[in-house]
Write a protein that binds this ligand. Structure first.
Ligand code: 13P
Ligand code: SF4
Length: 354
């Protein structure tokens, strides 16, 4: 549905009043009505870098989810204020690894005698606490666009990797890009004593995968791929690496949101694509490329939007911008100094990856 013209006008006016004092970042999974007001759009890696590259902006309005706003706060200077237009915009995957659970896991690895040779690699989709744990234990952050480079780096530092919190990205990268087998990977379940693993299993593993997943990407199935291939002969199946291993195995291409966009930009006219990632992005790409005669469909019509990404809508954005324009900072995301110090270390290791 087209946006309410009154809200559009109010968002424009507030942004104009704020001028260069505000910088609005929009993740690719945001609604169209929000993306329209983003100064820059990107995947989580690009947005982290873009936030860090705007020291003159007093306010960073992050249209995305909580862990992204935290990362922006960590990477920007102390005077800059990061605002998340709706505090309920979390990420169910990030919530699957708490600081207590991860500390307990590290004790289990220590008991098994492998903590000294294990390097934590945490997906961007994690809380600042988990990033700080990662920094403290000599590890790095990664995103879906640099997971391979992060693992290459980590295996240069130690013998094993503890990958948090997305088991699928960890497994897909290990097996597809690092030449490992499924037998090299074990899954640590934080809800079971000792993660549900024996010390011997931990010692034998090369990749210790945290039992987390994305509630959106986890719903694409092998049947989704089979069905779309039957329905659209000649279709190219392109999925995000947060999808299950069997889905990624059945796809033609795998990549982050930025990768998906570039692949479609480079695709020839007349080509057909089924995309396995968040629906807001897929719809936007389908509309954008229809004019170039590229047919783009959503991989599985029963999968829906990321409900937390969708929490950020035009009314919330208008409220945040108007409040800032009136001098009130609402919904500020602020990471405490001690957490920030170590989380930043882990993020900077990622930014320094070759
Ligand atoms: P990217 O933006 O890194 O592709 O990650 C997708 C995602 O799920 C973010 O929540
Ligand atoms: Fe989290 Fe998945 Fe939503 Fe991304 S798409 S914010 S990983 S729940």
């Amino acid at each position: 549905a087209p946006s309410d013209p009154d809200l559009v006008a109010r968002a424009r006016a507030a942004k104009e009043k704020l001028g260069d004092r505000v910088f609005v970042l929009g993740h690719h999974y945001q609604r169209d009505e929000v993306i329209e007001f983003a100064d820059v759009t990107g995947d989580s890696f690009k947005l982290a870098r873009d936030a860090a590259a705007r020291p003159e902006a007093e306010y960073i309005v992050f249209c995305g989810v909580h862990f992204m706003a935290e990362s922006a706060d960590i990477l920007t200077s102390a005077q800059q204020r990061v605002v998340l237009p709706d505090l309920a915009a979390g990420c169910s995957m990030a919530d699957m690894a708490t600081a207590e659970q991860v500390a307990e896991c590290w004790d289990v690895l220590t008991e098994a005698g492998i903590a000294g040779t294990t390097v934590p690699v945490s997906y961007m989709n994690s809380s600042a606490d988990i990033k700080a744990f990662t920094g403290r234990h000599g590890g790095t952050i990664c995103t879906s666009s640099n997971a391979k480079r992060a693992l290459e780096w980590a295996f240069g530092q130690g013998e094993k990797v503890l990958f948090l919190p997305d088991q699928h990205l960890g497994r897909n990268t290990a097996v597809r890009d690092m030449g490992m087998t499924l037998d090299d990977c074990v899954v640590y379940n934080p809800h079971k004593p000792n993660g549900g693993l024996t010390p011997q299993q931990l010692r034998d593993a090369r990749m210790i995968l945290w039992r987390g997943h994305c509630s959106v990407h986890g719903r694409f199935s092998l049947d989704s791929v089979r069905e779309v291939r039957e329905r659209i002969p000649g279709v190219n199946v392109l999925v995000h690496p947060e999808c299950k291993h069997e889905v990624v195995g059945a796809a033609d291409q795998v990549g982050s949101t930025e990768y998906i966009i570039k692949a479609l930009e480079a695709a020839p006219a007349g080509s057909k694509w089924a995309i396995g990632t968040e629906l807001n992005l897929v719809r936007r790409l389908a509309n954008r490329f229809a004019a170039e005669d590229k047919e783009i469909v959503f991989l599985d019509r029963t999968v829906c939007f990321c409900s937390t990404m969708n929490r950020i809508d035009l009314p919330h954005l208008v409220w945040a911008l108007e409040s800032l324009a009136d001098g009130t900072v609402v919904n500020r995301i602020e990471v405490d100094a001690e957490t920030e110090k170590f989380a930043k270390l882990a993020l900077e290791r990622m930014l320094a990856l070759p």
